[in-house]
Structure formats: structure tokens, C-alpha cells
Design a protein around this ligand. Structure first.
Ligand code: NDP
Length: 338
């Protein structure tokens, strides 16, 4: 194995802002190992919407910062206190402390998995964060059942695509929303039986949902869009539904009066969730249980990872611009120079 250099290339953010603040650097310090940690040489990095929140300062983090919460690569060094990984292991990982938009990252082995031979580091970076989000949400935020009505916003996006695949595989009736005819087609291929244009006015979306469900409404709404869709979610929800609001692609949802959850005659008695993946994979056991199941779903073809767009790590700025302008379908990956 090649020796570990002192410096590396990567993307540094020195102050919050638009995509212009993502600066390519070739003289960043390779992070040092510490107690309980492993050093991974990244090959592929997953881009996630949350990376834009940290970049903009919506989510706070100390600056300067290397952003990015997932990657696939090779373990190159292991602290003596770690016994379950060794140099040369091919792995995929999540990092709640970010740092993946670079050639090397020091991470906790708790959220790292050794990859089976048929899962590439590219597939790991394309699936872990969004796939585990979908999987933990359909199991724990709202256990999705056959025959239920589920609405997935941004059903051609990263998390939305996988939510459609997983919800349809358990036999739920899946309605998706997507922003262009091409994306609507992708959402159908993902398993949404009905797809509504997300560019329509929200009252029209509510009316279409009520028509499709013959007045029943939606038993579980998965909403990563946030501010633009939340009011409609309240209206199209069925009695006793779960509103699983998990993102802010259009802005954060303003504070909600709890009384609104029991509006209607009879009262809807809604459950409002605001889950985050990292709250479901706190222990190594939790992470490994779900990550192993997710990789199994990829092997079985339930999660297909068909739509991925690749950018060079140096062009992370363009990936952010495309993601925020609603241009993208499926997963965005950054290829790391080796
Ligand atoms: P996506 O690939 O889904 O991209 C966002 C999509 O949202 C767009 O393509 C667009 O789809 C839709 N959208 C609707 N309105 C807007 C708007 N005003 N601006 C931008 N996009 C809009 O991203 P991800 O899969 O990475 O993430 C989806 C959501 O899930 C994000 O909000 C993210 O923060 C959240 N998330 C939350 C997690 C958690 O633990 N809570 C974990 C992972 C993701 P269209 O044009 O088709 O309508």
C-alpha cells in the first residue's frame, strides 16, 4: 500500500455562501488518526442536499470546513484501538462530522461497512446516505404497510427515488411528485404508480391526490421539499396519517401550531415527524443492521441506483448548482483523483 502523504486535494469552505464558496485546494492537511478512528482514502463521494445546508450556513458548522457526509474508498490506516477494520478494506461510510469532499477522511468505524465483492465503492457512495434515510424512515418513522397510500415528494430525486422503490416493494400505493416530464417518467420507473407534476399549484396537487385516492387521502407523506409543500401535506393527509417532513429543499418549514394536527371533522389526529437518519444509526449495531439490509436490497435489485450523474471532485461547485436548480435526477457523485 502506498505511503500516506502529508497533504491532499479537496474542497474547502472558508465562509458560508452560495456554490462559489466551494474552493478546490491542493494543499490541505491529511487528517490525523485519533483514538477509535480509521483513515479512508476516498474514491467516490456522494453529494447530498444536506451538503448545501452546511455550505449556506442553514446548518451550523465551524469554518473553515470540508463538507460531505458519505463516501466509498479504501481503509489506509487504523488507530490501534480499532480491531474490526484493517488497511486494504474496501468500505462505504457515513460521516456525521463531514469531511468527505477530499482525498482522505478520518472517520468513526461505527458508521462504516466493509463492502461485499459485488458492491463497488461507487455503489456505496451512491446509496448509503439516501438509501439508509429511506430504509430507516419506512421502518421507524412510519412503518409502511401493503395497501397504504404513500406520497413521495421529489420522487425522481436521490432519497425520493429510493423511497419509491422501497415503498412499492412492500406493496404500498405510491404517488410521487416530480418537476419535469422526464423526471415524472423516472418516478414511474422508480415504482410510483401515479405521478403528479410538482410544478402545479399546491391546491391542484391536493385535488389530484384526493381524486386518485377516491377521497381517502395519504396515510404517509414523505416530504424532503419542506416550506413549499407543507401546507398542502396537511390538506391531503388522511385521518391518522403520518407527515414525515425530513428536509428543506425549498426552505425550512415555519413553526407549526400543534392544534393544526387535529383540524378537520372528524379530527385528523395527524402525527408530525421530523426525523434525521443520524438519529436512527447511532450505534454500530443499528448502522450495520440497516446498512447490511440496504446492500442486500441492492443485490436483489429492489434499489437499482439507475440514475447517477458523475462530476470530478474539483467540480463540486457545479454539482451543487445543478442540485439546487432542480436539474438533477437520482444520485450525484464526485470522483476523487487517485
Ligand atoms: P433531491 O435529489 O431530492 O433534490 C431535491 C429535489 O427537491 C429537486 O430535484 C426537486 O425535485 C425538489 N424541489 C422542489 N422544490 C424545490 C426547490 N424550491 N428547490 C430545490 N429543489 C426543490 O435531493 P436529496 O435526495 O439529496 O435530498 C432530498 C431531501 O431530503 C432534502 O431536503 C434533504 O435535505 C433531505 N434529507 C434529509 C435527511 C434526514 O436525515 N432528515 C437525509 C437525507 C436527505 P422536482 O424538481 O422533481 O420537484
Amino acid at each position: 500500500m502506498a505511503s500516506i502523504p502529508q497533504t491532499m486535494s479537496g474542497i474547502l469552505i472558508e465562509e458560508p455562501g452560495d456554490a462559489e464558496v466551494l474552493k478546490w485546494k491542493t494543499d490541505l492537511a491529511v487528517p490525523q488518526l485519533s483514538e477509535g478512528k480509521i483513515l479512508v482514502k476516498n474514491e467516490w463521494v456522494g453529494v447530498n442536499y444536506i451538503d448545501t445546508y452546511f455550505r449556506k450556513g442553514l446548518y451550523k458548522a465551524p469554518m473553515p470546513m470540508i463538507t460531505g457526509g458519505e463516501a466509498g474508498g479504501i481503509v489506509v490506516d487504523v488507530h490501534p484501538s480499532v480491531s474490526n477494520f484493517k488497511p486494504g478494506d474496501r468500505v462505504g461510510y457515513l460521516s456525521s462530522t463531514r469531511g468527505s469532499y477530499a482525498q482522505y477522511n478520518v472517520i468513526s468505524p461505527h458508521t462504516c461497512i466493509k463492502l461485499p465483492d459485488n458492491i463497488s465503492t461507487n455503489m456505496a457512495a451512491a446509496s448509503l446516505l439516501q438509501g439508509l434515510t429511506a430504509l430507516t424512515f419506512i421502518r421507524e418513522a412510519h412503518p409502511v404497510k401493503a395497501g397504504e397510500w404513500v406520497l413521495v415528494h421529489a420522487a425522481a430525486g436521490g432519497v425520493g427515488s429510493i423511497l419509491c422503490e422501497m415503498c412499492s416493494s412492500v406493496g404500498a400505493n405510491v404517488i410521487g411528485t416530480a418537476g419535469t416530464p422526464e423526471k415524472m417518467d423516472t418516478a414511474k420507473k422508480n415504482g410510483a404508480q401515479w405521478v403528479i407534476s410538482s410544478r402545479k399549484p399546491q391546491d391542484e396537487i391536493v385535488a389530484e391526490v384526493l381524486k386518485i385516492t377516491e377521497g381517502h387521502g395519504i396515510d404517509c407523506v414523505f416530504d424532503g421539499v419542506g416550506a413549499a409543500t407543507f401546507e398542502a401535506d396537511l390538506q391531503l393527509a388522511a385521518r391518522k396519517a403520518t407527515l414525515c417532513v425530513f428536509g428543506n429543499a425549498s426552505g425550512a418549514v415555519p413553526p407549526v401550531d400543534p392544534l393544526r394536527l387535529s383540524a378537520g371533522t372528524p379530527a385528523k389526529n395527524l402525527k408530525l415527524m421530523r426525523p434525521t437518519l443520524f438519529g436512527y444509526v447511532v450505534t454500530a449495531e443499528e448502522f450495520h443492521k440497516y446498512a447490511t439490509e440496504l446492500l442486500g436490497m441492492i443485490e436483489k435489485g429492489i434499489v437499482k441506483l439507475e440514475k447517477t450523474s458523475t462530476y470530478q471532485l474539483e467540480n463540486a461547485k457545479q454539482a451543487h448548482i445543478d442540485l439546487e436548480s432542480r436539474k438533477t435526477t437520482g444520485k450525484l457523485l464526485l470522483q476523487v483523483p487517485q
